[in-house]
Each structure stands twice: as C-alpha cells, then as structure tokens.
Ligand binder design. Structure first.
Ligand SMILES: *Cc1c(COP(=O)(O)O)cnc(C)c1O
Length: 425
C-alpha cells in the first residue's frame, strides 16, 4: 500500500499531533510577536495546494520547463495585484516592477546586493542594536562579511533615527547602497529624507518594509514607492500572506533585480507561495484591510500608553506603527526572564535589545511587542488594556507560578472569544 491519498493523521500521526498542538497554542495564547500574524484559510489553502509540485524556473513566458499554462497566470496575477496595491498608496507616481519569487525577506535582500553591488562595496543600514536587520550589514551576516558595512544608529536622547548622522556617515563613506528599514523600531521612517541623502552621495536607496508592508499597502504608514530605487518585503508579517518575500523596484532596475533573484540566487520559485501572495494581495485590496491596518496602529498606541501608565515605559515614548519596545532598564531585570514568564502566562513575545542597552545581547533590557496578530483576531481597546495589566502583573513577580497559571486561564478565556483567521477551533 502506498501513502498516496491517505490523510496526514494516518500517514504521520506524530506530525499531525504536533500540528494540532500548535493550532491549539495559536488559538489559546496572545500572539504579540511583532513579526507574526495569522494567515487566512484562503492563503493557507493556496499554500497547501498542488502548485507546490510544479517547477517553473524563469519568469512568465520565459520558463525553462514545460507545463506552465496555469503557473504563468498565477504569477502574473500576484504581480498585477501587488503592483496595483502599492501603486495606489505610492508617495510619488512610479512605474513599478514587481518580483514575487524571493523565498523570504532575507533572500529578497540578498538579491538587492547581487543586483547593485560588488563584494567589498560599502553598505549602510541601521545597526542591529538600534533596531535594524541582520541583512543590512551585520557582522554575523554574509552582508557584513562580503561587503563593507557602516552602520548608523539612533539618537541617545529620543531613540529615533539620527538623520544628521546618516547624512554625515554617508558623505564620509560614500555607500553604494543605503538601507531604510527596521525590525524593532516604533516610529515612521522618513523616506524623503533618506532619498535626499542617497542622492547626495549617489547611493542606491533600498527600503526594507518587511514589517510594515501591510501598513504601507493600506496607506497608514508613509510609502517608499516612488522614492526608493528598490523595496523589499516579507509577505507574512503585517501583510498577512504566506511565508515569502517580494521586491518592488523602479522599472529601470527590473532586469537587474529579476536576474539577481533567478538565476543569481535561486532556482525554481515556490508557486504555491506565489499563489498565496496573490490571495493575500487580493485580501489587502478588499474592503476590510484598511480598517485592520488602522486598528493595528490604534491598538499599538493604546497598548504603549497603557504600559507606560503602569510604569513600563516604551522607547521613544510611544509608537507610530504596529510595534513597541518596553524598556525594563529601570526594573533591574532582563527581558529574557520576563519573556519566559509571560510565555507561561499565555502571552507570547520576544526579548529584545533597547537602544544603548546596558545588558548583554542574550539577556537584554527590552521586550518587543506587536499588535498585528491580536488585531487580526478582532481584539481592540479593552483587550489592549487587559494585556497591559497582565504584563505589569508578570513583571512585578515573574516567578509566581500560581499567578502565571491564573493569567494563562484568563488569557485563554479572552482568546476563546476572538477566533483567529486560519486557525481551527
Ligand atoms: C523579518 C525581516 C527580514 C527577513 O525576513 P525573513 O523572511 O525572516 O528572512 C528582513 N528585513 C527586515 C527589516 C525584517 O524585519
């Protein structure tokens, strides 16, 4: 007997059980990890479809394998929808080219290096310690090893990106590539200012909107479209699509970007993911997406203010986007034991460095919290206030197991009222 058409439960009960357990965990806990979300059933149906079987190296109309009758249409639909979505909220009119083949955010960023730089060229990005991403030139990343990295930071007074410093460093080091993009930064990015700095030194301006692409598509965060030469993103964070990546660029860079993705870096695109990106883009064009994105930001502002009132200040004093960094420096405890305790209480987030952190990177002083996932469940002001109270209680006595268990029960009760997209109850 072959395992051809037998259910997952029958073929592999161990994995089936683990998936069921994860499904329950995702249902019963508060997902505050800023990079996570809940993909819809529709997105997951596309991800789990037969499109996973097809090889299609190349681009629509120029493939290296036969049998592309439907795949070309799938990829073209994804491209058309992503283009329409980001053109509608562009900062400036722009003839946009879209590539939906990058396997994820990091490979999308590598394609930018391959398209525009030679090994040893200089790149500038926000330092990891200040909220930047590994792929913007960090020493442990290939991007910091094969290229000369000049990181910029944030101001000590207000923890905001110091554009004067960016300009000064850019003039001194003349980078070939300038990144504007963050992974743990609660304020809007001034893409106009980055554009003028890039122009002053002749750099390629790359905007990495991995975290904020859903907000940008909905018009609730300023768009880099029409300003940046190239824009990279994941598709699974605020965008709420499948695990994947995409690149948007000015038409003049289309060929360099496409060649860098394939054959430069990758082989066959993940067509099931491409289809799911098309579905997510369609959902993002729908009537409820803007409301979702606005609620993500409103919830983040509510949560940040409530935490501040409970003696848990956030860096920069608030947030403009979907995330915040709680600074525990004044509490004399690291972020790691608090994150662990919160996880036991059903509140899932990550410990994170705060700018100018006085503790070690593996036990830094901060917590990163994001509202995309809880907002996708339909939670609002009341739930944000409760979250702030629970978090404050846990910070007060993180080793009180009885309390953690009590909060976990309360969290479960609230979650039961807000079924998450894509999760079976
Ligand atoms: C998440 C993220 C990435 C990387 O995405 P992966 O899909 O995890 O590779 C790149 N840049 C930024 C700014 C991110 O936040």
């Amino acid at each position: 007997m072959t395992s051809r058409d037998i259910s997952l439960e029958a073929v592999d009960p161990e994995i089936a059980k683990l998936i069921a357990e994860e499904n329950r965990r995702e249902h019963e806990t508060m997902r505050l990890i800023a990079s996570e979300n809940y993909a819809s059933h529709a997105v997951m149906a596309a991800t789990g479809s037969c499109l996973t079987n097809k090889y299609s190296e190349g681009y629509a109309g120029k493939r290296y394998y036969e049998g592309q009758q439907t795949i070309d249409q799938v990829e073209e639909l994804a491209i058309t929808r992503v283009k329409a979505l980001f053109t509608a909220t562009a900062a400036k009119p722009c003839d946009l080219h879209v590539n939906v083949q990058p396997y994820s955010g990091s490979p999308a960023n590598l394609a930018v290096y391959l398209a525009f730089l030679q090994p040893g060229d200089t790149v500038m990005g926000l330092s990891l310690a200040a909220g930047g991403h590994l792929t913007h030139g960090h020493t442990v990343s290939i991007t910091g090893r094969y290229f000369k990295s000049v990181p910029y930071g944030v101001r000590r007074e207000d923890a905001r990106i110091d554009l004067d410093e960016v300009r000064k460093l850019a003039k001194e080091h003349r980078p070939k590539l300038l990144w504007a993009g963050t992974t743990a930064y609660p304020r809007t990015l001034d893409f106009e200012a980055f554009r003028s700095i890039a122009d002053e030194v002749g750099a390629i301006l790359a905007a990495d909107i991995a975290h904020i692409s859903g907000l940008v598509a909905a018009g609730v965060h300023p768009s880099p479209v029409g300003l940046a030469d190239v824009i990279t993103s994941t598709t699974h964070k605020t965008f709420r699509g499948p695990r994947g990546g995409m690149i948007l660029c000015k038409a003049e860079h289309a060929s360099a970007i496409d060649k860098a993705v394939f054959p430069g870096l990758q082989g066959g695109p993940h067509n099931n993911t491409t289809a799911a990106i098309a579905v997510a883009a369609k959902e993002a064009q729908g009537p409820t997406f803007k409301g979702y994105a606005e609620a993500v930001v409103a919830n983040a502002k509510t949560l940040a203010a409530a935490l501040g009132e409970k003696g848990l200040p956030v860096t920069t004093g608030g947030t403009d986007n979907h995330l915040m960094l709680v600074d525990l420096t004044g509490k004399g405890i690291g972020g790691k034991p608090i994150a662990r305790a919160l996880d036991k209480a059903g509140i899932v987030l990550n410990y994170n460095a705060v700018p100018f952190d006085t503790r070690k990177p593996f036990d830094p002083s901060g917590l990163r919290l994001g509202t995309p996932a809880v907002t996708s469940r339909g939670m609002g002001k009341e739930e944000m206030m409760r979250l702030a109270s629970w978090i404050a209680e846990v910070v007060e006595s993180p080793t009180d197991e009885t309390k953690l268990a009590r909060i976990a029960t309360e969290v479960r009760d609230v979650c039961a009222k807000f079924p998450a997209p894509g999760i079976r109850v």
